[in-house]
Design a protein around this ligand. Sequence first.
Ligand SMILES: Cc1cc2nc3c(=O)[nH]c(=O)nc-3n(C[C@H](O)[C@H](O)[C@H](O)COP(=O)(O)O)c2cc1C
Length: 355
Amino acid sequence: MTDHFQNLPDSYQIRHITIRPNIVLAPMAGVTDSVFRRLLLSLGGLGLVTTEMTNAASVTPKAMQRHRLLDYLPEERPIAMQLSGSEPELVAAAARQVEALGADIIDFNCGCPSPKVTGGGHGSALLKDLPKLSRMLTAITQAVSVPVTLKFRAGWDEDSLNYRETARVAEEAGISAIALHPRTKVQGYAGSADWERIAQAKAAVSIPVIGSGDVKSAEDALQRLVETGVDGIMIGRGAMANPWIFRQIKQLRAGEPVFQPQPADKRWLLLRYLDMLLETMPEHHTMGKLKQLIGQFYVGLPGSAALRRDVQHAKSTAEQRQIIEAYFEPYLAGRMVTPPIVEAPEELEGALVES
Ligand SMILES: Cc1cc2nc3c(=O)[nH]c(=O)nc-3n(C[C@H](O)[C@H](O)[C@H](O)COP(=O)(O)O)c2cc1C
């Protein structure tokens, strides 16, 4: 089994850019800001990060002086910046601005199912109009010299599955790689991601294909690479539950012992995130971000539901810090021992909604 994993390809090309390892962080609006990306990059094993989706209409020369969604630091390179939009000329102009800002790759969103986004003809609404999507992608690829990638869903609904066609439209428009989340717009996050669709998209084009959806463990990721022959794996919610997943994949692939985070590591992660957030954003934003992460983070220890609830009800970051320190203290002092690793993730409260 391990040999099997060791022989898997571990990189792919987005034109001249080598993505190694071929395991990347999924863009998540409201989550994958510069702090989150840098925290995860610091844990190792992560090949590429992408900004949160940014509406092309907000990418004006004035806004570019400090566009919150497009903030990044050099250590995040290579970095992809994701745009959404419905007007080819406007998106092409935004792509030029984003290129000037230093994007290594421009990613276009054709997957967001949020009614706010599709209502304006953005995101997965474009799956209903592939000729328009084609014009859009051609306009972007012609406007910039950096590579352009596409992230999309399997179709609007089960009766209009057009992922193979969308993949081909992208390739013909000069797109350098595609990432498919194989649920439909109507499906939202219900059911499970059908990786057979990703394998079919891979067979339909010769540009790199990255698969996205429901990868929750290192085994899941490598098994998906084996089964579908895709070029890369993208992980979103699984990285919020377990930010060490990228490092674990690297170790499993190499046949090395796989890091199992201990209570001290989990405490460190939560407090490090809090500190990094406080360096870049106001108190109330920091509190909200920590509440969001702890809602998804896999604690895997007794009393974790109460920890989550208390952090979510806290009134200040000082209180959040104190709750986390008090929760982990018995483990650090040796009064409580870490229970054996449980395979099944605990039930997470509060579903995340793609914004
Ligand atoms: C909170 C949240 C926000 C998301 N925002 C974006 C986004 O801005 N752009 C995008 O292309 N996909 C977005 N997605 C979709 C993810 O990139 C990914 O394709 C999807 O969650 C399936 O992968 P997962 O099961 O690993 O999370 C978002 C998903 C979540 C949960």
